[in-house]
Design a protein. Structure first.
Length: 448
């Protein structure tokens, strides 16, 4: 393992510069485009969350329940991950107005995300220059800036992914009891915010356990990471077992989402409740609606999923292609070529400046295209640093996989947390174009 460069005054200056840039963009956007976070934004890149009723029930009845898919009434539910509704409930309990507080909370998390990606990129490429450029790209990434004002889980999921990458890379290179423990806890928190990230969390943990064989007292670090991960998930898993009488690690809706992406009406994105019910035969719909156990109800869709895959393999593959495009660009882009949803100005929706509204499509499309092209080059050119940056490659493979097997969404919500990883590779690619800006591992510890 290569030795990390010393943390110098230039390192601190790069960190402060990028964090300041992240604060300026996010706070400035909230002040300019949401009237200091009091109003909803007109420009959406993730969309309006549909499960806010759960947070309301937590506040009023201390009950994690709400209207779940294929249910006629409110019920105890685990069809969504509990992380974001619980955070929304906690913020609403402490601050008023809750929406304004949540937007400022997002801004704070966005600033911390910039710092985490600085620390991750520095560890992954052993370069202050790469770290500074990567975190600068994160600070000015237009998708993340717009997402700051949305009452959704994109900012929280991006922050937790950044924490996992920073802690995991640090622990994988040098061990450490506290770092290893919090790495396991961070992986559990990430999975509890987005259940689709559970495969990544498991693979990242297994990678770390394997890496521990090379570390001093690695067995102790491995035990602490495993305990942090298991204890982070255990309370919610126990709650689900008590409610649904079967093991449910995070969500009951795995087969619901697989069916949503693998039925005759699937188009690569999520179906609304009406369209989902119409996709079922009347007899099948009645069978599902009368099943009171939510976990058993959604598991009943497993046979529908596998039957559709076996009987229509060509259509299934075509849906996966559409889903991959929707994951990268958003389902809305397939329909009208737009990467953003624009809400009309009203008493509750702030009007964006004309210069922003007129150029937002161009800005988003240009930044997305540049990020994807440069990230591919950066991933290829960073091969010599594959051991140090292994977690980035794991994220690149495992974060999209659950969405590609099921469905994406109308906007960029599923892809948003992955953008930080792509921007790190893009920063490395940009610096590779400058002779001498980056060095190979065998050159990294030599004096310049």
């Amino acid at each position: 393992m290569n030795k990390m460069p010393a943390f110098t005054a230039w390192t601190l200056l790069g960190l402060l510069l990028t964090v300041s840039c992240g604060a300026f963009t996010r706070v400035g956007y909230l002040a300019l485009c949401t009237t200091h976070a009091r109003l909803a934004p007109a420009l959406l890149v993730q969309g309006v969350r549909t499960s806010d009723h759960i947070a309301d029930n937590l506040a009023s009845e201390h009950w994690f329940g709400g209207a779940a898919p294929l249910a006629n009434d409110d019920e105890a539910t685990a069809h969504v991950a509990p992380g974001f509704p619980s955070v929304s409930f906690a913020i609403a309990s402490l601050f008023e107005p809750a929406d304004q507080a949540l937007r400022w909370f997002n801004a704070g998390l966005g600033i911390l995300t910039v710092a985490c990606f600085f620390l991750f990129a520095r560890r992954a490429f052993h370069s202050d220059l790469v770290a500074t450029l990567a975190s600068l790209l994160v600070a000015v990434h237009p998708f993340w800036i717009l997402n700051t004002a949305e009452l959704n889980d994109g900012v929280l999921a991006s922050f937790l992914l950044a924490v996992c990458l920073a802690l995991g890379t640090r622990a994988g290179q040098g061990g450490g009891a506290i770092t290893s423990l919090f790495f396991g806890v961070a992986l559990a928190a990430l999975a509890l915010v987005r259940a689709a990230f559970l495969p990544f969390a498991v693979i990242a943990l297994l990678w770390f356990l394997w890496q521990c064989r090379r570390l001093p007292f690695g067995w102790f670090a491995a035990i602490l990471a495993l305990l942090g991960f298991a204890n982070g998930l255990a309370p919610w898993a126990l709650h689900n077992y008590q409610v649904f009488e079967r093991p449910v690690p995070i969500v009951t809706s795995t087969y619901w989402h697989l069916w949503m992406g693998n039925n005759p009406h699937a188009d690569g994105t999520a179906l609304d409740e009406t369209a989902a019910r119409d996709a079922l035969s009347e007899e099948r719909r009645k069978e599902l609606l009368v099943e009171p156990n939510q976990a058993r109800r959604y598991n009943m869709l497993a046979q529908d999923v596998w039957s559709e895959i076996k009987e229509h393999p060509a259509e299934t593959l075509n849906r996966r292609i559409r889903c991959a495009i929707a994951y990268l660009l958003g389902g809305r882009w397939l329909k009208d070529g737009h990467l953003v949803q624009v809400q009309e100005h009203s008493e509750t929706v702030a009007a964006p400046p004309d210069w922003l509204r007129n150029h937002v499509d161009t800005t988003l499309a240009g930044s997305l295209l540049a990020m994807l092209l440069l990230a591919f080059l950066g991933w290829r050119w960073s091969y010599p640093w594959r051991r140090e940056g292994r977690l980035a490659a794991i994220a690149l493979l495992w974060l999209p996989l659950p969405y590609l097997l099921s469905h994406a969404e109308a906007l960029s919500g599923p892809r948003l947390p992955l953008d930080g990883v792509l921007l790190c590779f893009a920063a490395y690619a940009l610096l590779c174009l400058i002779p001498g800006a980056v060095r190979r591992p065998e050159q990294a510890n030599k004096p310049t």
